[in-house]
Write a protein that binds this ligand. Structure first.
Ligand SMILES: NC(=O)c1ccc[n+]([C@@H]2O[C@H](COP(=O)([O-])OP(=O)(O)OC[C@H]3O[C@@H](n4cnc5c(N)ncnc54)[C@H](OP(=O)(O)O)[C@@H]3O)[C@@H](O)[C@H]2O)c1
Length: 337
């Protein structure tokens, strides 16, 4: 699509969030036009009620990223919160799909996003025991996050894919930087707009970094630049469609991840958070996201010609959380990578 040399108009559901903000910035910086669908009205936005009333504006691509954060640890895991997590994904997807199906001239591209949790979890006690999964794999188990993704993808599958290119993106943990915080924010640099990494870094900075559970669970991750890069690649390449994993090729275990992070931050790794504690803090049903994992590979993403800027963890973390981010001018121990 990009080859046609014209400005694109991309509509992004939930585009005010972490990934959506980065995508909007990238699109605008190359001259494309962006409209957000949001619960809050404002310039360059339409609300979900506007979408229900007036349908989609003329556009080239629609990306749906809307969803109540599942790992918001400020909120207790209750039935009401669980419903919000499900409905914020499934109902917004249904609304977008309805608008697409009713559009007289639909956009060329519809990207529905979901998580790597699609592949489910199974309690396995050795890294070698985890099956390799790619976009053609079936889920290896069914827990709440996997059920959620199935409902979410089923809602997206109702789109008339004979009229557009439909993508289902399964996203790993998206890593982004810490934006040079100052003052108290140095200790608590938590911002919804920067994803989960700033939250993970807090205990490490306090010298309390921990392996989660057994530490053997694979942790599919992706640098925010590659997350946005994949979205742009799929929008721009007319030969692509279908399921894609947005995870870096260099998947690691939870232990590898926390050891690399501790090393980047020059902090010790002194303990392992036992499973019961993680379940207590996070809440049973969503704890599997942290305690278990999936060995997910981006096979189709690589076959589609996407070249990862950060295929390996060490350079990615060096870019995002190096000591130099915190103390200007000093180089990170990870910089060797
Ligand atoms: N970040 C990750 O590591 C990651 C990993 C795997 C999958 N994903 C998925 O990718 C999508 C985008 O992730 P993100 O990190 O950018 O999320 P985010 O920062 O939490 O933003 C998502 C957006 O969804 C909208 N939203 C939140 N609650 C909603 C509700 N109850 N009803 C309707 N809209 C609601 C909000 O937009 P308004 O306030 O403007 O309405 C928010 O800005 C999510 O669906 C997430 O599950 C993310």
């Amino acid at each position: 699509m990009r080859n046609m040399g014209r400005q694109l108009h991309v509509v992004i559901g939930g585009g005010s969030g972490f990934i959506g903000s980065a995508l909007s910035l990238a699109l605008r910086s190359r001259g494309d036009h962006v409209t957000l669908i949001s619960r809050t009205p404002g310039p360059g936005r339409m609300t979900w009620s506007d979408l229900a009333r007036r349908g989609l504006p003329a556009c080239d691509a629609v990306v749906n990223l809307a969803g109540q954060h599942i790992l918001d640890l400020r909120r207790r895991w209750t039935a009401a919160y669980r419903d919000e997590v499900v409905n914020s994904r499934v109902e917004t997807t249904k609304q977008v799909v309805k608008a697409l199906n009713e559009s007289a001239s639909p956009p060329e591209v519809f990207i529905s996003t979901a998580g790597k949790c699609f592949y489910g979890t199974r309690a396995l006690d050795a890294v070698e025991a985890y099956p390799e999964l790619d976009e053609d794999s079936d889920p290896m188990g069914l827990d709440f996050p996997a059920e959620l993704v199935q409902l979410w993808e089923a809602a997206a599958d109702d789109v008339d894919s004979t009229r557009l290119r439909h993508f289902k993106l399964r996203i790993g943990i998206v890593l982004a930087g810490l934006e040079r915080p100052s003052g108290f924010a140095r200790l608590w640099p938590l911002g919804r707009s920067r994803g989960i990494l700033p939250l993970i870094v807090v205990p490490f900075r306090l010298g309390l970094g921990a392996v989660i559970g057994s530490g053997k669970q694979p942790l599919p991750w992706i640098h925010i630049d590659d997350m946005v890069g994949i979205l742009l690649h799929l929008i721009d390449h007319p030969e692509t469609r279908g399921r894609y994993n947005a995870v870096a090729p260099g998947i690691v275990t939870n232990r590898d991840f926390v050891e690399t992070l501790a090393s980047c931050l020059r902090r010790p790794l002194v303990w392992s958070a036992p499973e019961w504690l993680v379940r207590l803090v996070v809440g049973g049903e969503r704890a599997s996201i942290l305690l278990q994992g999936q060995l997910v590979r981006p096979r189709r993403t690589l076959e589609a010609g996407y070249v990862f800027r950060y295929p390996r963890l060490e350079p990615a973390l060096a870019d995002l959380v190096s000591v130099r981010t915190w103390t200007a001018g000093r180089r990170s121990c990870c910089a060797r990578a």
